[in-house]
Design a protein around this ligand. Sequence first.
Ligand code: BGC
Ligand code: BGC
Length: 714
Amino acid sequence: MESIKLKELINKMTVEEKIGQMIQLSADFYNTTENEITGPINDMHLTTEKMPTIGSVLGISGAEQVKAIQQSHLESNRLGIPLLFMADIVHGYRTIFPIPLGLASSWDPKLVEQTASIAARESSVSGLHVTFSPMVDLVRDARWGRVMESTGEDAYLNQQMARAFVRGYQGLNLKEDVSKLAACVKHFAAYGAPVAGREYNTVNMSERQLRENYLPAYKAAIDEGSRLVMTAFNTVDGIPATGNSWLMNELLRKEMGFDGVLISDWGAIGELIAHGVAENLKDAGTLAFEAGVDIEMMSAAYSSELKGLIESGTVDEQKLDEAVLRILELKNDLGLFENPYRGADAQKEEQEVFSQENREAARMSAEQSIVLLKNEQILPLKKDMKVALIGPNSKTNDLLGSWSWKGDTSETRSLYEGMIEHVSSEQLVLIEETDILNHAADAKLADVDVIVLALGETSEMSGEAASRTSITLPGNQNELVKAIRKLSKPVVATLFNGRPLDLSDIVDDVDGLVEAWFPGTEGGAALANVLFGEVNPSGKLTMSFPRNIGQVPIYYNQDKTGRPMNEENKAEKYLSKYLDVENSPLFPFGFGLSYTTFSYSALNLSHTTFTKEDSVTVSVTVKNEGTVAGSEIVQLYVQDEVGKVVRPVKELKGFKKIALEPQEEKDVNFTLTAKELAYVHPDLTFATDSGTFKVMVGTDSENVQSETIRLMTK
Ligand code: BGC
Ligand code: BGC
């Protein structure tokens, strides 16, 4: 439809019809029979007569079902305005990829883009139009369950990943390419920083911090064209995001230039009452409407109050039209006026969803997400070894992780199923944990060469509303590791989990340690391929693993303090340190081992001084010194030695993933300009100071070589 027609359409709409577009309902309102929907309809202050005016629905998919609902909707909607179908497709539709924290560990935006594009293909043939993804909230606190949905603690890396997700979902032309979905970046803003890691808790941060670390990933997603933004549940400087006019009107719309649809998070407008910034739904609706929230997801402020607010002149009908126009534009850009069923196609759904090809991609992405944390000459396992597999996750197919709505654990391959493809059943013995703890397994273990422990969390332990104050391995798993250590056999511990864990208690008791996250549909196969060396692990952490919970929040790019501790002074007392544990994490940001070793040449700088008009090229030659091929993620960090505000000890400014054959070497180049050296100044603008900067390149955030460059004012 031409855009002029959209305005004509709006002119034909009644106020109620306009408000209907701004309401999003859950599946319950559509899936159940007439009688049963009376309950939820009343709760939402709706009537059966109003149902045809509703603009969007979340959580329904399946080509036939979507088509049937769309058809009956179009028959009853006076002006023939189609429904939008949205859902949380976060790391795959039915073919489930690793959780985003795992995908990020690949440090491979192309791979992330590919997984998002497969997710879009599977979803769109199943009738969906919009995914509530990517979640780009920067996270520093492993207690918070939703770290699994994030790509980690670094603003630079998160920006690359945010863009990759949006490109993968949306492609270049939503109208013509019906295999794509509109993306919805969330949760605006700073939802990843709840105090003490407790879900839905207050967020307290300076505007400078917000701008420097938290906003860039949302901005990157918006610049990449994300069609929607979702509000956050939390407060931003005392005002809940969903009713925060400064955040939405000034920052999001004016400054960041977002002109798409702003949707509330689930029930978040109604929650303005519980937050205590609104007395009732009328106030809540006013606040959200004034903040420019276009769609209310699952609370009843717009449905019950907006009409009255317009009629009394409390809110402006002009603004209502603007919101409705944004929603209709989204529908139009998806081609729904011409083709309300869009990509929904039952036959294609059969072929596309969970296809062999998509599962292959899931396996490959899981392999790239796995991080080798420790290896004392035990991995890879040899095919002639006798292996004992022990632990709660040995045969589990709970490998999909949270936000895998359409994923089916019964279609998921366990670690045991993965391993049995590499060795005969005589070589792979499964032993119950209780037999170990009761010393009843000694005979079975006599001729075993290596013990593989399958440890970790269950998927309900991370995700939304899954904060933990203890992030050690749950249950008696630490005890199990201690009991196994006593057997004097080599031990490899593998982990399926959704957050950085506190592994201090077990790390010295194992010879090998492999982080597999929740790896998705093909997770067991992927992990087995790594264990047996068919795949050389190359993932690196994007969130620090603490030594204990007391260090949390812990992140590599912390600000300099006035009393820094270093190797020389560490015995002194009056330093920024703990009495009982080192400052450093157990495993730092950017860390991950390989089955080969890489050597780095000295750094080479094209210039040591430069101006705002030119750039510096930083080069290093990386060589694979081993006998197997492998990939290395080369990382570039910068430290601004003197700033107008305190600057971090280091910040990631570039990375390259390179594949090297045995003995092969490659030059890796990074270009630095004044732009990369900019930071948020006291006046809250991004600017670059002249002065000296440390340039660091290395294999992880702690292990770097460093040189100094100087930015001159001309
Ligand atoms: C979550 C969102 C999600 C929404 C819809 C909320 O509880 O915070 O991330 O998109 O539900 O399922
Ligand atoms: C402490 C101050 C104290 C000063 C003189 C500093 O290290 O932080 O509180 O007054 O020493 O003793």
